[in-house]
Design a protein. Structure first.
Length: 318
């Protein structure tokens, strides 16, 4: 090796050893879904857009990590394998009680900034209030759902009722039973057909039902408004990355080049700061710990899909 080549090689080794070069990095974004392929299809363009906008900080690409349960998401965050996690507000607040993450911004998913959880029954049902659910059955969407599980179970418990799976034995007389419908369409169908006596969903989906179907139903409970979706950040995310992400997301709706990306991303219309009156971080322990029964099987750290029901006939075939 010539003296010149030796000097160049030595200089390169010293440069690499010093750590003064800009290390290539990936922006890591997490979600929870039982349909990871569909999730990746909808989320990848958005993730790639953010990574491209963060090249000045050494971000070269994006990585999507799709967890199948809240427990898996908690594991990813505790291992420091995510920068952002995007989800419904209450399941996110639960996860951030077990992992190092915090609410960051509000996402207007499908153009909606906030929504409400509702509980409904047939119009001719003797159930008129949450107290009337004693001894009755109710369909929830799935264990990940803020509006279709977490919020309604909280309000039911506030009435002094326990809420247990339909097939779990209990000697309690103050009890309501539940089953997971997995799809909102199943929840509506099961109430209509009498498989369950009540159902939980969000107000948006309920109002999308045809007037012909809704005229035979009644709403017995509406929750306070909830943010439609929340972007959570890993608590160890460097401030410069956090600040840049905030600027990108708060201005993404003004970027003409991002309109198709936002449309693919579940028709997201914009991101904004979370109003304090509905910031889930202010109430997360309120939702998780208050009014819990030590014998309840509903444990946020153990949530999983044990009671999956296959999607049934569409409403049109009722």
């Amino acid at each position: 090796m010539s003296l010149g080549h030796f000097a160049q090689s030595a200089a390169l080794l010293l440069f690499l050893a010093s750590g003064s070069y800009l290390k290539a990095d990936a922006l890591r974004i997490g979600s929870i879904s039982l349909e990871p392929n569909q999730e990746i299809k909808e989320w990848q363009p958005f993730a790639d857009y953010l990574a491209k906008k963060m090249k000045s900080l050494g971000v070269e690409n994006s990585e999507l990590k799709i967890a199948q349960s809240p427990r898996d998401m908690i594991h990813l965050l505790n291992q420091g394998k995510l920068d952002l996690y995007i989800d419904s507000p209450l399941i996110g607040a639960i996860i951030c009680s077990y992992a190092p993450c915090s609410p960051f911004l509000r996402r207007w998913k499908k153009g909606v900034k906030e929504y409400r959880s509702i509980i409904f029954t047939k119009k001719n049902s003797p159930i008129h209030s949450l107290k009337d659910l004693r001894g009755k059955s109710i369909a929830f969407e799935n264990e990940f759902s803020s509006s279709g599980f977490i919020a309604p179970t909280y309000y039911i418990r506030q009435q002094g009722l326990k809420i247990l799976p339909k097939n779990q034995e209990s000697k309690s007389s103050k009890l309501a039973r539940y089953i997971f419908a997995i799809e909102d369409e199943n929840t509506f169908l099961w109430v209509i057909k009498g498989r369950v006596e009540a159902g939980a969903t969000d107000e948006i989906k309920y109002n999308e039902l045809s007037s012909e179907i809704r005229k035979d139903m009644k709403v017995i409970h509406r929750s306070p408004p909830l943010p439609r979706h929340i972007v959570f950040t890993w608590n160890e995310l460097p401030k410069r990355k956090r600040d840049l992400l905030e600027n990108i997301l708060l201005n993404i709706d003004k970027d003409a080049g991002a309109s198709e990306i936002l449309s693919t991303f579940n028709r997201t219309s914009r991101f904004d700061r979370i109003p304090k009156k509905i910031d889930p971080s202010h109430r997360k322990h309120h939702w998780i710990h208050e009014n819990r029964d030590e014998n309840d099987d509903i444990s946020p750290s153990e949530l999983r899909c044990d009671e999956r029901e296959k999607k049934e006939d569409s409403l049109e075939s009722k």
